[in-house]
Design a protein around this ligand. Structure first.
Ligand SMILES: NC(=O)c1ccc[n+]([C@@H]2O[C@H](COP(=O)([O-])OP(=O)(O)OC[C@H]3O[C@@H](n4cnc5c(N)ncnc54)[C@H](OP(=O)(O)O)[C@@H]3O)[C@@H](O)[C@H]2O)c1
Length: 280
């Protein structure tokens, strides 16, 4: 199945699959089994975070699978409480130890926390971590254009990707356009809107009937055709497989538009606006 997932190339040259596996809340022994199953089902991009407290779980699943490390793209994220340079460097090292890895493929600053205002320092540590070989590609999550403009101005280096909340109820049109302009890849978190009202939506259900696919497949195909890399999470092996089986059909333009029109400016799942929301 992994052969069927196309790749995308980031602005620093790293090649990654266009769909990955989300792991928030997936921890411990049951979590290892879930991630192992995702890898066996064909996922090669695994998204984790220091704050999910599951880097060890991801590392153990990697150790158990027969898929080689170099075929996998492993992501983790720097928490808001460790944005100061020295703390960030130690945290990245700690992340590696927790997962028992020599390097992360992708490391992301988890939230900008603009009121605390230390994200440029965090970014300087990310640049240093890449120089030291701890990580292959550095990016951010939840950064608004103004935050990334500051990174560019103060360090000269833009992120390879920005992982943002993106689903049919909050489609980030302006943000995506800005990313395209600067060749920053958009990654969609909660791509299935955390299963919140999405599977009951009439428009999506009608499209699922029309294309003879499931609602999840319609939505994940929409992400792909938007050019966004989605990272759906599922604890079920069947749904894991369902979610990557989206490369044998294509949504017509007018159906893409129908999904995009489900957008609501207030559609964030928990109202976490990165201009004001901070997470540590
Ligand atoms: N950077 C950030 O700030 C940030 C924030 C939030 C999330 N994330 C990342 O994004 C990942 C994905 O987002 P998420 O976990 O919030 O939510 P999500 O992937 O949008 O939705 C997960 C939910 O959908 C259900 N589901 C999955 N596939 C399904 C299918 N085919 N049919 C029916 N239900 C299905 C899952 O249930 P089952 O398990 O029962 O299938 C689970 O309840 C996270 O795991 C995390 O890695 C990042």
């Amino acid at each position: 199945m992994s052969d069927l997932i196309p790749n995308a190339t980031l602005n620093d040259g790293l090649t990654i699959p266009v769909i990955g596996f989300g792991t928030s809340r997936i921890r411990g022994n049951p979590g290892v089994e879930v991630i192992e199953s995702a890898i066996n089902n064909g996922y090669r991009l695994i998204d984790s975070a220091y704050n999910y407290e599951n880097e060890g779980t991801v590392g153990e699943a990697i150790r158990r699978t027969s898929v080689s490390r170099k075929e996998l793209i492993i992501t983790s994220k720097l928490p808001g409480r460790y944005h100061e340079f020295d703390k960030a460097m130690i945290t990245i090292q700690e992340s590696l130890y927790r997962a028992n890895l020599d390097y992360y493929d992708i490391y992301l600053v988890h939230w900008p926390n603009p009121i605390t205002d230390k994200y440029v320092e965090a970014w300087e540590a990310m640049i240093e971590a890449k120089k030291r070989g701890y990580v292959r590609s550095i990016g951010v999550c939840n950064f608004l254009p103004e935050h990334m403009e500051r990174l560019k101005k103060e360090t000269g280096i833009l992120p390879s990707m920005n992982q943002v909340e993106l689903h049919p109820f909050f489609n980030q049109k302006e943000q995506r356009r800005w990313h395209e302009r600067y060749e920053i890849k958009t990654q969609s978190w909660s791509p299935l809107a955390r299963a919140n009202q999405i599977f009951e939506n009439d428009i999506l259900q009608n499209l699922a009937s029309k294309y003879e696919k499931t609602v999840a497949q319609i939505v994940l195909r929409w992400h792909y055709q938007l050019g966004a890399i989605s990272i759906p999470r599922s604890s079920s092996p069947e749904r894991q497989l369902e979610n990557i089986s989206i490369f044998d059909f294509s949504l017509e333009d007018n159906d893409m538009d129908k999904i995009s029109r489900l957008n609501n400016p207030e559609g964030r799942l928990k109202g976490q606006d990165p201009a004001t929301y901070e997470e540590f």
